[in-house]
Design a protein around this ligand. Structure first.
Ligand SMILES: Nc1ncnc2c1ncn2[C@@H]1O[C@H](COP(=O)(O)OP(=O)(O)OP(=O)(O)O)[C@@H](O)[C@H]1O
Length: 261
């Protein structure tokens, strides 16, 4: 069976400027896959290529075996309805209540009638601990509540694949931990695969079981695997600098290289 998401030899560019090349990976059902790397290495751009917001310079992105960027607009729209997305800002519709935000997503992604949409929306809001906030407007929510409302909207239709852009950025450690538990719970209950971009080490170590590390200097991925194991394995100084919060080693002094007089 085809992987839920399969990326082959992707090259990312803005005009003449190469951002990354040689990106290949598969994500299977039930996996939590982290896209990691320092600032500016191309994580958000990669996510845009994966969710259909920006075409890559070359390479393929397959959703359930179908080449997204080689498909027509109707086929792409059908693929987009099969995955959920939580943007960094949560991107809730500001003029609608929390409940209506979730109902509108269900109206777009399912054949449920209005009554069933509301029942499902309330169920999902209870799941993320926001049943009491269903009738509030997004502006009335705290940052952590907004993220949970965005997550409720993304998971309401039980998509098999979820994309999360910096889900815990800007949250205090307790809210961040709560969001991590929710993501694990979603995976457990629905069997969904999750692709996330994150800088937060506690979160990466707690939830991700696979991942890819993008390097801004070489403009290629330099490590692949579970973040916890990569942190122990000393695969590359740049990976250690990120995952162990260690400074990269200094270049050897001239005398150590044996090139002094
Ligand atoms: N629309 C654009 N046009 C030109 N260059 C861009 C554009 N968007 C991003 N870039 C550049 O591409 C590179 C990768 O950016 P991207 O936002 O994907 O990195 P990132 O790894 O997500 O960074 P951060 O962790 O800081 O969010 C950066 O050098 C950025 O300046």
């Amino acid at each position: 069976m085809a992987a839920l998401l399969s990326v082959q030899d992707l090259e990312m560019r803005f005009g003449d400027r190469l951002i990354q090349r040689g990106i290949s990976f598969d994500v299977e059902a039930g996996r939590i896959f982290a896209i990691m790397g320092g600032s500016g290495c191309g994580k958000s751009t990669l996510l845009k290529h994966l969710v259909g917001l920006l075409p890559p310079a070359s390479g393929t992105v397959r959703h359930g075996g179908v080449d997204y960027w080689a498909s027509g607009e109707a086929e792409r729209e059908a693929m987009r309805l099969k995955f959920g997305m939580l943007f960094q800002s949560a991107a809730l519709w500001s003029s609608m209540t929390v409940l209506d935000n979730v109902c509108l997503a269900l109206a777009r992604q399912t054949a449920l009638d209005a009554r069933a949409q509301e029942a499902r929306a309330r169920e999902v809001l209870a799941w993320v601990g926001l049943d009491h906030a269903a009738d509030q407007m997004p502006a009335q929510l705290s940052g952590g509540m907004k993220k949970r409302a965005g997550l409720a909207r993304a998971i309401a239709a039980e998509p098999p694949l979820l994309f999360l852009d910096e889900p815990s950025a800007g949250l205090d450690p307790i809210s961040s931990r709560r969001l991590d538990d929710l993501i694990l719970d979603i995976r457990q209950r629905t069997g969904a695969a999750v692709v996330l971009v994150s800088h937060e080490l506690p979160s990466l170590f707690a939830i991700a079981d696979d991942g890819l590390f993008l390097d801004a200097d070489s403009k290629t991925p330099i490590a692949r695997g579970c973040p916890r194991e990569l942190a122990r394995a000393h695969v590359h100084p740049t990976v250690d600098a990120f995952l162990r919060r260690e400074a990269p080693p200094d270049p050897p002094a001239p005398s150590a290289r044996g090139d002094s007089a």
